[in-house]
Design a protein around this ligand. Sequence first.
Ligand code: A2P
Length: 282
Amino acid sequence: MKKVSDKFKLSNGYEIPCVGFGTWQINGDETAKNAAINAIKAGYRHIDTAAVYGNEIGVGEAVKNCGIKREELFITSKVWNTMRGYENTLVAFDESIEKLGLEYLDLYLIHWPASKNRFKNWEEINFETWQALVKLYKEGRVRAIGVSNFLPHHLEALMDMEIKPMVNQIEFHPGKMQEEVLSFCRENNILVEAWSPLGRGAVLDNEILKDIAEKYKKSVAQICIKWCLQNGVVPLPKSVTPERVKENADVFDFEISADDMKIINEMPFCGGSPLHPDSIDF
Ligand code: A2P
């Protein structure tokens, strides 16, 4: 990979730019529009949104007004938890597409699994939601489909399906690598995407990371992003600050050594979200 628009290949052959621009907590359509246009100007070609972020209209405006052809952009959205199930998911997809003002999505994800702890019929709910994504995929309304925040037991339940998830977007940053999920995904050819690759900014003060960053003459944010890429994971850093958006894309002129990768891989939790897919209450 030499730039943020260089691509990984998904299991179905569709290509995905290796760094995406995250829009979680970019509130308001105008702010989202400006942030996404700024990211596209900085070279990003991959924007990650979700129905629950409340900024799909802004992201869609950015796609329309950025001056880059639609086919050159990779746009992801996600079905929210209140819209799980077959019929609801189809409705949710239509709503997202309409807000975005797009004919198709590049990637559509189930935002969170129905969890084992909260739903007796969690497998059935996830299965039905997945069936809706498969229908949208077969109709060509979305180029790739996947899940988010799925743990191995949630994924396992979908592994007999004719069409399997191509992506799993999870919280992934130094101190929260989720090795079991990562291994499961690697073994099953599911590309992992990292939400909050900077641990929501919380890992940026970590001393181990600061020392490594200094050694490579890079920022801690750049180390986190490069560490994702060297693990074969697509980072989705979020920033509304233009200089940071650029900085987060400037990660292709150095390589983290195997020894330093190991140090980061083995770091204990040092900030990020406390959320666990089996105990969330939303
Ligand atoms: P802001 O949007 O105000 O620029 P994550 O992607 O892990 O969720 O982290 C997002 C947080 O990290 C946001 O608060 C964002 O702030 C901040 N951030 C993003 N990029 C950088 C950077 N290069 N340096 C410092 N903070 C950053």
